[in-house]
Design a protein around this ligand. Structure first.
Ligand code: NAP
Length: 286
């Protein structure tokens, strides 16, 4: 039976993969790790783990994801998102393991009106994006069998994310201001987990960089409005400009990614973000 190692098993994406793993139990043996059992910044630990398991696939769902804190903790962000990914990719190359690594729309500066394609110029504007971009480069350099999935605005019923923060705030406040001049594509991590399994199941893999998200683009403000609608909240939402809501890390103004490549090569059709959001809000409202 083919073996899949899922690193970052306690994160949003890791939990979503865990949720569907039983659907594949006849084809794949899954091993989930967290930062205690396998710290990707520890090369020896990775080598020992790969020597014992010899995985056919490694899904890297782990990352340093604190975008604002990264501005102060640059070394930590790079240790996990860059060097850690490089370590993993080296181990994958040693064992001919396919590495499926997740990256971000924050590798782009957001200063264009066109949707970003996989080959477009990257120019991250914050530490998190820079560390993720270096991780992409090391993953591709160190292992020829690497697939990078750049995703955006990830949320799920697990862990911390925008949807859960909004639902929490809606229950405490009557009125909220939300940024309305940043554009991107929300992504339900359950959809990303399914896309990863679709890629794993494909016999002839094309390696390289792919974009995956829900579609079409929206703003944080419109996203929040839909969360309120689906959760039947009566909160009043006010549109803010980025200048009215300063954060330690700058965010791209418009990081909308083209999804054509993954659709063409892996036959993965993007889902409308409103439908995927409604599924998540329903789960969280149960
Ligand atoms: N969240 C977003 O909005 C967003 C947007 C675009 C792209 N992405 C990317 O999508 C991927 C999944 O994100 P997510 O939101 O699911 O992440 P998450 O919920 O923040 O989970 C990340 C996991 O990484 C693990 N981790 C951190 N440092 C580690 C280390 N040194 N060794 C091993 N594991 C470590 C943590 O494990 P422990 O809990 O065990 O400490 C944590 O569970 C990441 O690559 C992220 O960069 C996320």
């Amino acid at each position: 039976m083919k073996k899949i190692l899922v690193i970052g098993g306690n994160g949003q994406l890791g939990n979503c993969i865990r949720k569907i793993a039983s659907d594949f139990e006849n084809q794949y043996e899954f091993t989930f790790t967290d930062s205690q059992t396998l710290d990707i910044t520890n090369r020896d630990q990775i080598n020992d783990f790969f020597y014992d398991l010899k995985p056919d696939f490694c899904i890297n769902a782990s990352a340093y994801t604190a975008v604002d804190l990264a501005e102060k903790e640059e070394e930590k962000a790079f240790a996990v998102n860059a060097e850690g990914v490089g370590n993993l990719a080296e181990a994958c190359a040693d064992y001919k393991t396919v590495l499926i690594h997740v990256s971000t729309d924050y590798v782009f500066d957001g200063e264009t009106n066109l949707d970003y394609s996989e080959d477009d110029f990257t120019n991250p504007i914050g530490v998190y994006g820079k560390s993720k971009l270096t991780g992409e480069e090391l993953a591709l350099e160190n292992n020829p069998k690497t697939i990078i999935l750049r995703t955006s605005w990830l949320y799920s019923e697990f862990n911390k994310n925008f949807v859960k923060t909004m639902l929490n705030l809606f229950s405490q406040k009557d009125e909220l201001g939300i940024v309305a001049d940043q554009f991107g594509q929300p992504t339900n991590a359950n959809d990303l987990a399914e896309a990863i399994m679709t890629i794993i199941e494909k016999p002839n893999k094309i390696f390289g960089v792919f974009h995956f998200s829900n579609y079409p683009e929206t703003t944080w403000f419109e996203f929040a409005k839909k969360i309120a609608e689906f959760s039947k909240s009566s909160v009043k939402l006010n549109a803010l400009t980025t200048d009215q809501y300063p954060t330690p890390a700058k965010r791209p103004k418009r990081s909308t990614m083209s999804l054509d490549k993954i659709e063409k090569i892996y036959n993965i059709e993007p889902k409308h973000w409103e439908n995927s959001l409604e599924d998540c809000v329903n789960i969280l409202s149960q």
